[in-house]
Design a protein around this ligand. Sequence first.
Ligand code: NAD
Ligand code: DAU
Length: 353
Amino acid sequence: MTIFTTGGAGFIGSNFVLDWMAESDETVVNVDKLTYAGNLENLASIDGDARHVFVQGDIGDAKLMATLLSEYKPRAIVNFAAESHVDRSIHGPADFIQTNVVGTFNLLESVRTYWATLSDTEKLSFRFLHVSTDEVYGSLGKNDPAFVETNRYEPNSPYSASKASSDHLVRAYHHTYGLPVLTTNCSNNYGPFHFPEKLIPLCILNALSGKPLPIYGDGQQIRDWLYVTDHCSAIRLVLESGRLGETYNVGGWNEMSNLDVVNTLCLILDELKPRIDGKPYATQITFVKDRPGHDRRYAIDATKLEKELGWKPAETFETGIRKTVLWYLEHQNWVENVTTGAYKHWVGKQYGN
Ligand code: NAD
Ligand code: DAU
């Protein structure tokens, strides 16, 4: 048996592939374009393992996908591939439309053509799982209930609009063509291999190199944080037991303001790697210009996933953030290799000097 992953050299995809290989004998064919966010070093620990077949390619490349699908005949596809950073979508939305909308559409077409060639039994058991985000639901007020699967889609950034669009296409391919799809909408992930353009890894690395920890606006925006391997366990469960055509929210019931998140990781760093001058890392916190259209609050109600499939996160924020800080402290080579010229260019563009 074989499954396909797309975007499996990125942050969540690589964690998923590593967990999958540790828990299953099934082959994984991993198609990733290797944009700035894709990194084969994330998969170094499975180098040489014949159960992992890496293919550098674009989900929108119909010819490549047709060849791979007919060659490997997967029983399922988990689609992680996307442009994923909100700030980049503000500077340049075109790549987001190209991969998240047009790419997903092309991938769905390739999969629909392949699915049509399967026997009736294979058709029934096939799955296309689309990995999406809580950002499609828009922004919550302070006292609003957390997002449930039936919330209206109200995306506010080019990134979330492109993900919302891909979710709608996935839904339509189920209703129109009967393609056996599942969609997961997850909250903010953190953990190993997180690219340091995102808040948590950026602040860990900036803290260690004595740079400012940039907090947008007043730092009171709220996100609902989930350790990445808990997201992976939810995806595995939905893939095996989710009801066809359904969407499942995934989240850790862990709402925190950005300022609290950064203060927490500063305290862990104070303990694990104190500054030479003995001052707390929190003194590096710097308030900077807010993100345009910045969503104020996200919160996920994961009751459906818990009640239907019995999923629960294994990590709390306290255990997960400590593991994460330790991981970055212990993986200086990985850090050095991702913080290249292209990364420095992005940081200059986003934060100035
Ligand atoms: P990431 O940016 O770290 O990785 C994305 C991967 O997709 C990279 O390896 C990149 O090379 C690959 N890719 C990009 N365009 C491609 C294309 N056209 N064809 C093939 N591969 C391509 O992203 P991530 O944080 O790992 O997110 C993975 C998925 O999970 C995304 O769909 C994202 O929307 C969703 N998601 C992310 C979070 C989060 O907190 N990071 C939360 C919920 C949902
Ligand atoms: O909610 C799920 C989403 O979480 C995913 O769909 C996205 O792919 C993922 O990137 C993430 O989006 P966010 O915009 O929430 O993540 P980011 O790490 O960029 O920002 C987290 C919060 O921290 C957000 O409120 C913006 C703020 N922030 C971010 C950066 C990079 C800062 O205050 N300063 C920063 O320098």
